[in-house]
Design a protein around this ligand. Structure first.
Ligand code: NCD
Length: 430
């Protein structure tokens, strides 16, 4: 890890300290810490004194020793082995993570930020080919996985939909997976059936990432969601422990919330309010899992009640394509998260998230566009975070995460400081 920002951010995550608490621990002013955390190219940024860097390293070392005494030797195996599925470098479910391995992955994602922000380039995966198999609609997951692989120096071959793949001719998952493995070095797969991506993974030894298996899981989305929450909270001086998360919408079929609630359950003392139209409630096995970890869960059909006091509002789209002939009521207008409601019941520092796409069709009542200029709306910071997180996943599963920092060079082209015209001032500045 090279940059002072990465070192400081990582230390706060590992020590579970807010910026206020961390600056207190270091014996420096909060303002000083803020300037050290700014990107190096910001005019406000300041170099952290060498002594502070040494002190941070010492605190972390002491902490690691303490953990080793409590729980046995620290796990220093490569991250791919620690999170691997049945001994293979594959990502099928968020259940493969614990808090330590998640934080290690976030540290790799932080290292990727200058590449994601187009300041640096790397060729660390030069020569590697990604096979991207999407048997369901996708824009951001498919493109961001592809872009992440390309930004690491690899190339992408893809096929989309059943129509243009041999699965339309009755080919099995096993055959498809084994054939593809002879052509490419990693696979990203989305498929409408729960458990199908695990079947792809069993038929090969190359890295496989689950990009959504029907109503099952969407692990990379949940990881980037949590990474987003951590970064937003870091700016606000909040911790994930003890936070209040409201999840709204199709909690029955929405795989993003299934994965996210499991990841959040790794933290301590959370409160969840689950707000769903009747019959689209979160599956019982997930509620039990979260409750077993000591979190508070409240279920309600009142959006107004459910959002009150929430630190994070996570809205989702009604997954109509998964309704098996059921007559299910979607979002009626009283389920719409809109500016008037957010202003009435949310806090000034609530963050508003959505995995996207937002259903913008008349009557869909999905997350309202009238929030687009509200700085609490984090949806595009969330999608932007898809790149460093997916780069980190590839680097880890392909075993190059330790070499990335050294492999970086300056980008040879210029790109705008803010990618979107409506991006808030703090975008890219934390
Ligand atoms: C989600 C998905 O496909 O599960 N989209 C995404 O990957 N960001 C959510 C959805 O389709 O509603």
């Amino acid at each position: 890890m090279s940059q002072q920002q990465d070192i400081l951010r990582d230390a706060m995550r590992r020590l579970n300290l807010t910026r206020d608490a961390f600056s207190g621990r270091l014996g420096v002013r909060r303002r000083a810490l803020d300037t050290w955390l700014l990107p190096a190219d910001s005019s406000e940024s300041r170099a952290m004194p060498e002594m502070v860097g040494k002190f941070v390293a010492e605190i972390l070392q002491r902490e690691a020793l303490g953990a080793a005494v409590g729980t046995g030797a620290p796990d220093d195996r490569p991250l791919a082995q620690r999170i691997g599925a049945e001994g293979k470098p594959q990502l099928l479910s968020v259940a493969q993570f614990d808090r330590g391995s998640l934080e290690d992955l976030f540290q790799v994602a932080d290292i990727m930020q200058p590449i994601a922000r187009r300041q640096k380039v790397t060729r660390i995966l030069e020569g590697a080919v990604l096979g991207s198999l999407f048997f369901e609609a996708s824009t951001r997951t498919r493109v961001s996985f592809g872009a992440a692989f390309c930004r690491l120096g690899g190339t992408v071959c893809d096929t989309t939909g059943f129509t243009f793949s041999s699965m339309a001719k009755g080919e099995s998952i096993y055959d498809t997976s084994r054939v593809m493995s002879g052509y490419v070095d990693a696979l990203v797969v989305r498929h409408p059936e729960q458990g199908s991506v695990a079947e792809f993974a069993r038929a090969t030894n190359i890295p496989v990432i689950n990009a959504g298996d029907g109503p099952g899981e969407h692990p990379s989305q949940a990881i980037l969601d949590l990474y987003t929450i951590q970064r937003e909270f870091s700016r606000m001086g909040k911790l994930v422990d003890g936070t209040h998360v409201a999840m709204v919408g199709d909690l029955k079929y929405g795989r993003t919330v299934h994965s996210l609630i499991r990841l959040l359950a790794l933290y301590r003392g959370l409160k969840f309010t689950l707000i769903a139209p009747p019959s689209l409630e979160m599956p019982a096995y997930l509620l039990e899992l979260v409750a077993r970890n000591g979190h508070v869960i409240e279920q309600t059909t009142s959006l107004q009640e459910g959002l009150r006091g929430a630190d994070v509002v996570y809205a989702t789209r009604i997954q109509k394509e998964r309704f098996a002939g059921e007559e299910i009521e979607g979002y009626t207008p009283e389920f719409q998260v809109c500016k008037a409601l957010v202003d009435a019941v949310c806090k000034p520092d609530t963050i508003l998230m959505h995995p996207l796409p937002r259903d913008g069709r008349p009557g869909a009542n999905d997350l309202s566009v009238d929030l687009n200029h509200d700085p609490r709306l984090a949806i595009f910071r969330q999608t932007d975070n898809g790149i460093p997180v997916r780069m980190a996943l590839f680097a880890v599963l392909m075993g190059v995460e330790k070499q990335v920092a050294r492999s970086m060079r300056d980008a040879g082209w210029r790109s705008p400081a803010h990618i979107g015209p409506d991006d808030a001032d703090f975008d890219g500045l934390d």
